[in-house]
Structure formats: C-alpha cells, structure tokens
Design a protein around this ligand. Structure first.
Ligand code: GBH
Length: 538
C-alpha cells in the first residue's frame, strides 16, 4: 500500500513537472523553436519602467487653436494628395481637450510613465524664441501636472516630426545649419519651463525617418526628394542639434533638475540568414551601422559616423564623379562636442529582416542611401502579418537588437520607447493579434534582460490609443484603446490588449502561468484525496 502511494505521488509530481516545462509558443505555427521561441516565465527587475507612447501631431488636434503656429505636417496634410484619403491631424484624438481622459486611461492601465511629445509650434508659433505662446506652454503644464497628480512620470520627446512651418520657409529647416540655434533655444525653453517635473528627455524621435522619408523619398513632410545628398546634410544638422541640447541640459539644468537626455532611434533587426556565414554576419552589421550607427555612433561613441559608412560613401561618391564624399564630415572640435551626448538609448522597434551580403556595389546615379547601404534584406512570407505592409511580427528580433545595442554601445542604459502592432481600420475590441504581439515581444525583452544581461530599463507600448498614422491616415490602428474618429467627441474604449497589458504591468512580467498553477493545484488535490482514501482503507 505504501509503495502504491509513493508511486502515485511520483507519477503526479512527474506530470506536474513535465507539463510545467512543456514549451509554450505564442505564434505556435511559425515561431516554435523550443530554444528560441518558448515563452519564458520570470519577472523584470524591480523598478522596470512601464509606459505607453504617443506623439503630438498624432493625437492632439487643435492644429490652429490658442495661438499654435502651423507645422510642416499641417501644410503637408492640407495640401492634399499626400495622405490616405487626404486625412489630417486637425482634430486627431482631440487630446488637446481630452488630456484628462488620456491620463485616466493610463491610470487604469497601471502605468507609472507616459511618453508624449511637445509640438514645437504650439509653444513657439514661428519656431523662434522671439514669440513664446504662453497658452501652448499652459497646455503642457496642465498635462504634466495631471500626470503627476495621478502618479505618472512624463518622458518627453522634443521633436516628433512637426517642424514649425516658418523655419522651413525661412531657411529650409533641417537642411540648414541655422536650425541648430533655433532648436537649442526651443530645447532650453522646455527644460526651463517643464524640467522641474520632467526627468526624461528625448531630443528626436526616429531621425532616420526624418532624413529619409522627409528628404530622400519625400513621402513624409516636407516632401523633399533629394536622395543620396540632402538626407546626409539633414542628419548632420540633427546630430549637431541633439548635441547642443544635451550640452545645454548638462551645463545649465542637470545639477538642479537631475534628469537625463537621450534620443530615440528606430531600426528593424537584420538577422544574418546564415549565422555561420561570415559574409552574412558582416552584412548584418553593415545594415545595423547604416540604420542605427548613422546616429548612434557619433552620439554614443566617438562623435563620428561609422567607419563603414565613411569608406563606402566616399568610394561610391568618387565613382559617381562627386568632388568629395556626399557624407559630410565633422571637424575635430565638433566630434569632441558630439561624442557621449546620450545619457540613455531610446529604441523604437517593430519588425525584423533576414540579410545576406550584396555581390556588387551599385555605382549608378542618382545616388541614394539605399545604394550606399546596398544590403539585400527580406521578410519571410510565412511570418505573421499586421495592418501595415511594412510590419511583420518577429518577436525574437527585439531580443537580438537589444543584445546588439548593449554590446555595441558598452552596456548603455536603454529603453524601448516604442513597440506595437497595427490592425486595419475595423471596429474591434477583441484584438487577439495585438495581445499575441505584446505577449511575445515583451517576453523577448525579458529574455534580453534576464538571460542576456542587456541593460534595458523600460518599455513603452505604441500606442495608448488609435491615432493619426502619418501617410496611412486613420486606416491603420495601433492603439490599446479604440478611438471613434467619426464621432466629434472622439470617444475611447479599451481593447482587450489594454487589459492584457495592464495585467502584465501589474505582475511586472510573466508569473508562472495559470496552466502550470492549475496542474500543481490539481495534483495537490488528487494527492489529498488519495491519502485520505489510503488512510480509510488502512
Ligand atoms: C514609429 O515609426 C513612429 O515613431 C510613430 O509615430 C508611428 O506611429 C509608429 O512608429 C507606427 O508606424 O510605407 O513609405 O509610408 C515607425 C517607422 C514610419 C515605419 C513610417 C513605417 C511607413 C513608410 N514607421 N513607415 S511608408
């Protein structure tokens, strides 16, 4: 009898252990490598920063209210022909009037941080410090105070693509070095007025998009198409502007305000198609340098562009008959000024590619960033899809890119400042695909932190609510809250992903799942039953 009990006990325990360790996959039909894709149960380090993100033009509306000046996105959308259905951010989510509701939604999610951006032309209508719009300042003061009153810390982006139109008109905006001074004055004003309460600053959101979509392909405002030349100049000015803002903070505000200044860069992860082929590995690194390194190498390393960009662009420019490299150079003084001007690294990441080496260099004209980089990448057909053509979920990619950043930039403190997925414009509150996305991606962030030791300190979900998705207008929805854009009140409703995210935030990660807990408790119940049966038999 005793041995029977022991055997039953062993069997039950075995059952519990084996089902607890059965690998669990989120996208079980596509990503099911037990080593790579199995869901990992653990929690994030204490103090991990949970947030969600938005940007001014995408949510605020009130495009010309209370003294706000026009931005290049107001012009671009009003011009017609540039955005899906000629939609605009004139009203968007109307957050200018509904910010209290936004904060209440964050509070319901259990968030302790919120990432939003300031519209430059709301506080400085013509972009310069000569004319401060106190009503615009008041709006951000109200928002920040409302956040803090609800226990939510602001993380503020100074520039999320909405350049004051006046600066574009007067000297070509980012195409001119004159912008550095105006950006510095704007940044300084924000530090002065908001820095008593804002401790995390991001100078720019995705400068890669600013340069290449704004000045190469011209599909985003201001719609300049000068590929292979102007985008490099724009980046040069963006980097100088970033460095100026960082130094101003460092010299004038840091000692009293005790905050940090970083920048948010975007990149897909580029996975070598065959990791044992050194050419594929080199191609992956080249792709990462042309995407992230273009900005991160100067800012986080030595004040200068990555070697591979300098040599390739100089060589291709010479072959194309340019008297000097299309990639501008920083002076020694500038390099010293730019190097190490990032207190932390902000990463926006959505998708991944496979990469192989290119056979030959493309010297044809017109020049372009794409030809300079010359890296064949692709997404596998069978990877899951989303509401956006460019976005295929590949959860393991975020782990790899966080490892790459950690290694390349010597363990820099990093934050995922955006990550999320779109669905098409249909009314849907049961957004299973978004839950799958967050569940798998955040799990891979956890692996990067706990298994690989990447110094990632926080995560912001894009986005708090559906909003104006740039060229796609309102046709793609990224929100955890549904917004009805046909209703003048712009009502918001939580989707199921909001509930999922809030419970993840509450648990600070993945606590041993209900399935495993169920197995163990059933076993214990059976055990009790068996032993009482055993006792009654004896
Ligand atoms: C981020 O951009 C932005 O920071 C955020 O504002 C945006 O809402 C979010 O992600 C979702 O897109 O097909 O030529 O029109 C991520 C980079 C920029 C990638 C726009 C897709 C579309 C280019 N995205 N891009 S195109």
């Amino acid at each position: 009898m005793a041995s029977l009990l022991a055997k039953t006990l062993c069997f039950i325990l075995l059952l519990a252990v084996s089902s607890a360790s059965d690998p669990e996959f989120v996208y079980d039909d596509v990503f099911n490598d037990p080593e790579r894709d199995a869901l990992y149960y653990d929690t994030f380090p204490e103090g991990f920063i949970w947030s969600s993100a938005t940007s001014a033009y995408q949510i605020e509306g009130a495009w010309n209210e209370d003294g706000k000046g026009p931005s290049i996105w107001d012009t671009w959308t009003h011009e017609g022909g540039n955005v899906h259905n000629d939609e605009t951010g004139d009203v968007a989510c109307d957050s200018y009037h509904k910010y209290k509701e936004d904060v209440a939604m964050m509070k319901n999610l259990g968030l302790k941080y919120y990432r939003f951006s300031i519209a430059w032309s709301r506080v400085l209508p013509n972009g310069t410090i000569d004319n401060i719009n106190e009503l615009g300042i008041q709006y951000y003061n109200n928002l920040i105070d409302e956040l803090i009153a609800n226990g939510i810390q602001p993380m503020v982006t100074l520039y999320h693509w909405d350049l004051p139109q006046a600066l574009h008109d007067s000297y070509g905006g980012w195409m001119s070095e004159d912008i550095v001074e105006d950006f510095a004055n704007y940044a300084s004003l924000c530090f002065e007025r908001f820095g008593d309460r804002v401790k995390f600053w991001l100078t720019f959101n995705e400068p890669w998009i600013i340069s290449l979509l704004g000045y190469e392909s011209g599909v985003f405002a201001p719609g300049v198409q000068e590929s292979g030349t102007t985008p490099y100049i724009v980046t040069h000015n963006l980097i100088k502007s970033h460095a100026r803002a960082w130094h101003i903070y460092d010299e004038e505000y840091r000692s009293t305000q005790e905050g940090e200044v970083g920048i948010t860069l975007n990149s897909d992860w580029n996975e070598p198609h065959n990791r044992s082929n050194p050419d594929h590995v080199a191609a992956s690194d080249q792709a990462m340098q042309f995407n992230l390194g273009w900005f991160a190498h100067p800012i986080y390393k030595n004040g200068d562009y990555p070697e591979i960009m300098k040599t390739r662009i100089a060589n291709i420019s010479a072959q194309q008959g340019y008297p000097k490299s299309r990639l501008p150079e920083f002076t020694e003084e500038e390099k010293a000024y730019i190097a190490k001007t990032g207190d932390f690294f902000g990463l926006n990441h959505y998708s991944s590619n496979y990469v192989v080496n290119a056979d030959s260099v493309d010297y044809s004209t017109p020049p372009s960033w794409g030809k300079d980089a010359n890296i064949p990448t692709w997404k596998e057909e069978e990877w899951p899809s989303s509401g956006s053509d460019w976005l295929k979920p590949v959860p393991w990619g975020i782990r790899q890119i966080l490892i790459w950043i950690d290694k390349e930039y010597d363990g820099i403190e990093s934050y995922v400042t955006e990550n999320g997925v779109s669905t098409k414009d249909v009314f849907e509150l049961n957004d299973e695909s978004r839950i799958k996305f967050y569940k798998s991606y955040i799990n891979e962030v956890l692996k990067a932190v706990k298994i690989d030791g990447a110094n990632c300190r926080g995560y912001a979900a894009w986005s708090l609510m559906d909003n104006f998705e740039w060229g796609a207008g309102y046709s793609e929805r990224f929100g955890m809250h549904y917004v009805d854009f046909t209703d003048d009140d712009r009502p918001r409703q939580p989707k199921n992903s909001a509930l999922f995210y809030s419970s993840l935030v509450k648990d600070n990660g993945y606590v041993v799942g209900s399935s495993c807990v169920a197995v163990i408790s059933t076993s214990l119940l059976l055990l009790t039953l068996f032993s009482s049966l055993f006792r009654s038999l004896c």
